[in-house]
Design a protein around this ligand. Structure first.
Ligand code: GDP
Length: 366
């Protein structure tokens, strides 16, 4: 069969894999004009569907943004900041300003100190060499924070195009669908066309006569926990509504298991509260530290689940990270899973997490 391209986005058409670019049902392949399912849904239902590319494809595509004069809107998941922040974004997007939009704010407890969260995200971005022009907290699903973010996009784009980038599962499609709904209201306002100079497509959504917003494919970042869990487990570890803290009074030489994904050893220090912020469906078990290794071996995938058996087949082994926590009120963040707060500090701890998942510390948000 000769290769055909989508009239909408320029991706190579194929009927084998729905999750990949250019998918179209086989029955449509004989039509004269063909657009892929993603473009079709955008055009007819104002609905963006994410397709995923390999890291290299993505990087090659995104790199073209560095040749444009535009505003880059980087969507991240508040719950998975380290996993969903694209550390090479500066190199990929050139000198264009980057606006960081942190999604899923609806999951945070109301008492969260938002200033501290924004400050932490700016700091984390700066540590990766990225100076962001501003940070916004939103909920794409609930439509929270859009007035502010739209105003900022207008301000920082200075009449130029906008490129929306983000890792898979951060809510990029939900964000764009929400924007389209708020700004256009009508289906007719949406057209698709492809980004010149690439074979892989960006989806173009006109903002006015001269400028557009481009949706780029979701990047697959191997450090995101989401890539190692089964669909069933992903549902269990993803919180659905505002997090409710669970508090444990812990002595030293005790261990907490967060399902079988992560383990916290309280090695040394004064008894204190450990406040846990995870999906309600992630069971937390307490054991004695000396028994924890055996307990894990015996129960992972069963009593300690999620992960279920399917996830365990691809989940990397747990790696131990040790920390001294000098300060009171410190959060230990496990990207993609949640976090726990050490109430008083002055303790030595170990955290065991899947290899590649980058644990970080921050001043407590609550
Ligand atoms: P994409 O892969 O970045 O395009 O992400 P999607 O838009 O497909 O969303 C990924 C997941 O995050 C889905 O399960 C969404 O329901 C969920 N999600 C998106 N936005 C929000 C939000 O504002 N709050 C919460 N709690 N979940 C969200």
């Amino acid at each position: 069969m000769t290769e055909r391209l989508c009239d909408g986005c320029g991706a190579v058409l194929q009927s084998d894999d729905k999750s990949k670019a250019g998918y179209v049902p086989e029955s449509a392949l004989n039509n004269e004009h063909i657009i892929c399912r993603r473009c079709f849904r955008l055009k007819h239902y104002n609905e963006v569907q994410d397709v995923n590319y390999s890291d290299d494809d993505f990087l090659e595509m995104i790199h073209q943004i560095s040749n444009t004069k535009s505003l880059v809107v980087n969507i991240v998941d508040i719950f998975d900041f380290n996993g969903s922040f694209i550390s090479g974004i500066k190199r990929l997007t050139g000198n264009n300003p980057v606006l960081l939009v942190a999604n899923k704010v609806d999951l945070l407890p109301k008492s969260t100190n938002r200033n501290r969260l924004v400050h932490w995200m700016k700091k984390m971005a700066a540590e990766q060499g990225v100076k962001v022009v501003d940070v916004f907290l939103i909920s794409a699903a609930k439509g929270i924070g859009f007035d502010e973010v739209e105003e900022a996009m207008e301000k920082y784009r200075q009449g130029k195009d906008i490129y929306v980038v983000g890792c898979t599962n951060v809510g990029k499609s939900t964000f764009i669908n929400q924007l389209i709904q708020r700004t256009s209201g009508t289906n007719d306002a949406i057209t698709t066309s492809y980004f010149p100079g690439t074979t892989l497509g960006f989806i173009e959504i006109p903002l006015d006569d001269r400028t557009s917003l481009f949706d780029t494919p979701g990047i697959v970042n191997r450090h995101q926990l989401v890539h190692y869990v089964s669909e069933k487990d992903l549902k269990l570890i993803t919180p659905k509504k505002e997090l409710k803290p669970k508090v444990f009074q812990l002595n030293d030489q005790q261990t907490l298991f967060f399902g079988g994904f992560c383990r916290f050893d309280f090695q040394k220090g004064m008894k204190q509260s450990i406040i846990c912020y995870f999906s309600n469906q992630l069971m937390i078990h307490r054991t004695k530290l000396e028994k924890a290794d055996d307990f894990f071996q015996e129960h992972v995938g069963e009593l300690l689940q999620p992960p279920n058996r399917e996830t365990l087949e691809k989940l990397p082994e747990l790696i131990t990270h040790t920390f001294k926590i000098p300060h009171e009120k410190t959060d230990i963040v496990i990207p993609g899973l949640g976090w726990f707060t050490i109430a008083e500090g002055g303790i030595s701890i170990a955290v065991h997490a899947p290899k590649g998942i980058q644990i970080s510390l921050r001043p407590a948000l609550i």
